[in-house]
Design a binder for this molecule. Structure first.
Ligand SMILES: NC(=O)c1ccc[n+]([C@@H]2O[C@H](COP(=O)([O-])OP(=O)(O)OC[C@H]3O[C@@H](n4cnc5c(N)ncnc54)[C@H](OP(=O)(O)O)[C@@H]3O)[C@@H](O)[C@H]2O)c1
Length: 444
């Protein structure tokens, strides 16, 4: 039997234990595909005594992941600890500096230090593979880095957070409020005890920044991403979307524009018949718009031990075969600082839901403010029938005469700046109650 690829595994949680199981289960097939076995020989985690559903007896134990990374008896390190800082960062740097390839599932680490780590990997001539860091089991990193190597990209967008997609799907299907869905997602283990990282869009932003870097050759820069979460979405928005032929999804979108690269995460109206609109529950999806190709949409599990382990093992298989690709698909020295397109210059259609005060002149005032910013309307709907809070069966009492009337506007393509300024003027005119709801429409 040829020499095995000896793996040091740092992290034995959901992903780490699934990697151990998958490597054991697929052992013979991996030998056939890679020409050599892939074997875990040493592991590291925080607590040695913790009960785990894999047998660790045959692996050497390291209390310190960096010591594992430096161990001459391992050929490659898998980092599935998580977090942008140490011990994950130090362990990855130690392995790369020792000339060992690294496989990681850690989006936070790559978003914060992707370019620096890619430079280090290249300096030492080793692979840094991170398929598992974005969209779990969907091979989107490889698709961008290798599969579409000959194409330039116009836009890449996707559903990159299963928790948010689960909440939006459940709200729509079962007419339950955001808060109720979130509590349920927490009960089912789809959402963290502190869900803000997911529902406020930051998890999606980290993943998007990695995809944008792969697609556009720019240094990973999560600070350049405009981020808005889903907590303001109501059943009234989902109902209106359905009536108008749309569905609301939390999308991460990276697009090349004349003003630079636009990276944004926000609730988005997508055409109901589009591929991405069909993706429900915790499933993820990514659509790639590349030159010379019709859009490609990849759909699949974005998280979970086995789905993520499948990406980790695929990265290990490449290393076992001797494949070493530049981490972001081009030499790190050729990755450029991102030219960030300001959000104010974003152009597209908008859904706007206002609570218009029921008094003469309101409609004319709103129309005037929009016209002043050259915003044209594709449709305008007044919803006299909805209940006071617009929340369907969980709502308050039926609306009374004199209550504010929900008005839904769909604009033709315009700019973010024009919409924000027109709505600020409408608010100053005191013809609406509360804050307008604004959801961007993505052409797809
Ligand atoms: N879970 C998913 O579905 C998923 C999907 C895609 C990507 N990822 C990424 O995969 C990585 C791992 O996620 P996970 O869900 O497997 O996390 P997890 O279940 O929390 O496991 C983390 C592991 O790291 C170990 N660890 C924590 N601090 C450590 C330290 N100071 N020294 C040594 N070991 C330490 C823990 O040890 P103990 O077990 O002893 O506490 C645990 O084994 C993260 O980067 C995550 O973003 C996860």
């Amino acid at each position: 039997m040829p020499e095995p690829l000896k793996v040091g595994l740092a992290g034995l949680g959901t992903v780490g234990t699934a990697v151990v199981r998958l490597l054991q289960h697929e052992r013979d097939k991996l030998v056939a595909r890679c020409g050599r076995p892939i074997e875990v020989v040493a592991v590291s985690a925080r607590s040695r005594g913790k009960k785990r559903d894999v047998d660790l007896k045959s692996f050497r134990w390291f209390a310190d992941p960096a010591a594992l990374a430096a161990d001459p008896a391992i050929d490659v390190m898998v980092e599935v600890i998580g977090g942008a800082g140490d011990p994950a960062k130090h362990a990855v740097e130690t392995a790369l500096a020792a000339g060992k390839p690294v496989v990681t599932a850690n989006k936070a680490l790559l978003a914060a230090h992707g370019h620096k780590l890619a430079t280090l990997a290249e300096r030492h001539g080793v692979a840094l593979n991170f398929e598992a860091s974005v969209a779990g089991g969907i091979p989107i990193v490889k698709t961008l880095r290798e599969g579409l190597n000959g194409n330039s990209f116009h836009r890449i967008y996707g559903i990159l957070n299963g928790t948010c997609n689960y909440i939006l799907s459940r709200m729509e299907a079962d007419r339950i409020s955001f808060d109720e869905c979130l509590r349920e997602a927490q009960r089912l283990g789809y959402a963290e005890a502190d869900p803000s990282f997911d529902v406020e869009g930051h998890d999606t932003a980290q993943k998007l920044s990695i995809l944008a870097s792969l697609a556009f050759g720019t240094k990973v820069d999560p600070a350049a991403v405009y981020v808005e979460g889903i907590s303001s979405i109501t059943l009234a928005d989902l109902d209106a979307a359905a009536e108008l032929g749309y569905r609301v999804k939390l999308l991460g979108v990276a697009v090349k524009t004349e003003a630079g690269i636009e990276q944004r995460v926000h609730p988005t109206m997508v055409r109901r018949e589009s591929a991405i609109a069909q993706v429900m529950g915790v499933t993820n999806a990514v659509t790639v718009d590349a030159e010379g190709l019709a859009p490609i949409t990849l759909v699949g599990p974005g998280a979970g031990g086995m789905a993520t382990a499948s990406a980790v093992v695929s990265d290990l298989a490449d290393i076992a075969r001797g494949v070493c690709t530049a981490p972001f698909g081009r030499p790190a020295a050729r990755m450029t600082a991102i030219r960030k397109a300001p959000m104010q210059r974003h152009e597209g259609g908008y859904y706007i839901r206002l609570l218009a005060r029921d008094r003469p002149g309101t409609a004319a005032t709103i129309a005037r403010r929009l016209a002043q910013r050259q915003i044209s309307l594709e449709s305008i709907v007044q919803r006299h029938d909805v209940r006071a809070q617009g929340e369907g069966k969980n709502s308050g009492p039926a609306a009374k005469p004199g209550d504010p009337v929900p008005v839904i506007l769909i604009t033709y393509a315009t700019s973010e700046d024009a919409v924000q300024k027109a709505l600020a003027a409408v608010r100053r005119d005191r013809v609406i109650s509360g804050r307008p709801q604004v959801i961007r429409i993505e052409k797809n």
